[in-house]
Design a protein around this ligand. Structure first.
Ligand code: UDX
Length: 438
């Protein structure tokens, strides 16, 4: 079986490499020649555990290839996945120009039946628009070639993308005809999912499923952040409350960790986009509007605590920041709460010394620039700093030497944005500890 994957971002590259790894012939296509050249040389555009190995292995075996020529790639492909970006437009809705340009190109160049499946997170009704774009291009050629559209949203998590793709919880496939369903069934067969974990449905439902999943997860986080803030006021411990409610299987113990707010490429964008979609249908998604508002506020929580401790004017002070990426095991800085915190600390007159195991290059190049001093390691960031802010819970930050830190920091104060430290122990070590909801 041969397939084409268009777009070599997170979703496209991981999907392409993983499909190749189970024996499928995959061509990954991107318009960015530089990116394609780098991939051919084993240079990954993103940091993702296990990705390089799987890409290089399959490229060397010939099952995975890279190209900028979409028309050539889709010849003999049974499926073409569209996995290009859907950046948010100014009004929060997803911009479909890249998706539709790919659909148009497929219509212009296809020479046989093909299933065109969207893998990017696309708003409901995109399936129809993709179909229309392909049909228009075919009409211009005066061609009556048959094709099908499908929606196959991707649920992988950054930092665990390869693992998630190879061992998915479930696969959602929106299709409207049997021939396409049969092809998708064959494609996913090697992943040996039991029948009930491949869920077939109509295309709008598949598109809605993706947004609903991300919106529900974002809701859990904002809900817990809201509750954590109340816990602080009433003298309760949000960690205890979390453990207490998480043991109810109807609630579950995952995704209820209070913190500095969610970031990343999916939750902020998808919550905005679904609110926007609802608005165009004259409906107000009130819960999600609050989810978004709570999240925006939550990004300020840690610096508020800093100001409560040191006063609003932080001029002349320096803060160590551990972690910049929006979560561990990724260099992704998109919508990272660290960016908001850095700006806020600087606006109050403070300097920031930052360390992140992977994301410093990305932060410096695109998101933070020279607003902070980048440090060689976690301890280096603390030299003569007035306090430590833990922003991203990378493993290497979990058990630092507090006695060493005590000597480096000017004040023994820790602002723990992810509740990873034991307050009692820190107190014994002479540290003051601030957490979220505790
Ligand atoms: C998410 C979804 O999990 C994934 O299924 C979808 O395909 C894409 O969006 P990702 O953006 O990679 O994946 O990150 P995820 O691990 O879900 O974390 C999102 C954010 O929520 C992070 O900023 C994280 O720190 C935060 N979070 C997560 C919390 O604050 N508390 C939690 O309990 C869990």
């Amino acid at each position: 079986m041969k397939i084409t994957v268009v777009g070599t971002g997170y979703v496209g590259l991981v999907s392409g490499a993983c499909f190749a790894d189970v024996g499928i012939e995959v061509v990954c296509v991107d318009i960015d020649q530089k990116k394609i050249d780098k991939l051919k040389n084993g240079i990954m555009p993103i940091y993702e555990p296990g990705l390089e190995e799987i890409v290089v292995r399959n490229y060397e075996s010939g099952r995975l290839s890279f190209s900028t020529n979409l028309g050539e790639a889709i010849q003999d492909s049974e499926v073409a996945f569209i996995a290009v970006g859907t950046p948010p437009g100014e009004d929060g809705s997803a911009d479909l120009k890249y998706v539709l340009a790919v659909a148009d190109e497929i219509g212009k160049t296809m020479s046989d039946y093909i299933v065109v499946a969207t893998k990017s997170t696309v708003p409901v009704t995109t399936g129809c628009k993709v179909k229309e774009a392909i049909q228009n291009a075919l009409d211009k050629r005066k061609s009556d070639l048959p094709f099908a559209v499908a929606s196959n949203p991707e649920f992988l998590k950054e930092g665990a993308a390869v693992e998630d793709f190879l061992k998915p919880d479930r696969i959602v496939i929106g299709v409207e005809e049997e021939r396409a369903e049969e092809i998708m069934r064959r494609l996913y067969k090697p992943f040996q999912l039991s029948g009930d974990r491949i869920i077939y449905m109509d295309i709008p439902s598949a598109e809605m499923t993706k947004y609903t999943a991300n919106a529900m997860l974002a809701t859990k986080i904002s809900f817990m952040n809201d509750i954590a803030n109340l816990c602080e006021l009433v003298g309760a411990d949000a960690n205890m409350v979390r453990a207490g409610i998480g043991s109810d299987p109807r609630i579950g113990n995952k995704f209820i960790y209070p913190g500095v707010g969610y970031g990343g490429s999916c939750f902020p964008k998808d919550v905005k986009a679904i609110i926007r979609t609802a608005k165009t249908y004259g409906y107000d998604l009130r819960v999600l509007q609050s989810v978004e508002a709570v999240n925006e506020d939550q990004k300020h929580t840690l610096v508020k605590k800093v100001k409560k401790h040191f006063g609003d004017d932080l001029s002349g002070m320096t803060f160590a920041m551990w972690g910049l990426s929006f979560k561990p095991n990724t260099d992704d800085m998109r919508e990272a709460p660290a960016i908001v915190m850095i700006n806020e600390l600087r606006a109050a007159g403070a300097k920031v010394k930052a360390y992140d195991p992977i994301a410093m290059e990305e932060a410096k190049e695109v998101y933070v620039g020279d607003k902070v001093t980048y440090c060689d390691d976690a301890y280096d960031a603390c030299v003569d700093a007035d306090a430590l802010l833990l922003v991203t819970e990378w493993s290497e930050f979990r058990m630092p030497s507090w006695s060493a830190l005590g000597k480096l920091l000017t004040n023994k104060v820790v602002f723990d944005g992810r509740n990873i430290y034991d307050r009692k122990y820190l107190k014994e070590m002479g540290f003051e500890h601030y957490g979220i909801g505790i």
